[in-house]
Design a protein around this ligand. Structure first.
Ligand code: NI
Length: 137
């Protein structure tokens, strides 16, 4: 049976600095360029969350987008909005790249949504940088 999907857009503003303690200051600068600026910088992140539409919940109702909105607000927006991503415990051991952030957002959402409902998470970081993850490896 054909299965459509629906994508909702969310936003948060956050600061970060691309830096890893595994590299020297010179190599950090070479790898990350101006994103290694010691004072950090900010982004107006846009998160695009795609879910299967019309998913039946265990009590026979349909998964509603209000629940998705509440889940994203609780798990993602409230956690990151107006925060420094480098201070987030999830980034204690990895760099706050768009790739790592989109994977983290997927992990935060997938455990709170009905099984197999989450199809894709997209993350717009800048005008020219978009990251996405659709599960699997
Ligand atoms: Ni950046």
């Amino acid at each position: 049976m054909a299965q459509a999907s629906v994508t909702r857009r969310y936003r948060f503003c956050a600061a970060h600095r691309l830096h890893t303690d595994h590299l020297s200051p010179e190599d950090n600068l070479a790898v990350f360029g101006k994103c290694n600026n010691p004072n950090g910088h900010g982004h107006n992140y846009v998160v695009l969350v795609t879910v299967k539409s019309g998913v039946q919940t265990s009590n026979g109702g349909e998964m509603d987008l209000d629940r998705l909105d509440r889940t994203v607000a609780a798990q993602v927006v409230s956690r990151f909005d107006h925060h420094d991503l480098n201070q987030d415990p999830a980034f204690a051991e990895c760099t706050t790249t768009g790739e790592n952030l989109v994977l983290l957002i997927w992990d935060l959402l997938v455990k709170c949504l009905p099984s197999r409902q989450l199809k894709k998470v997209g993350l717009i970081e800048t005008r020219d940088n978009y990251f996405e993850y659709a599960g699997g490896h």
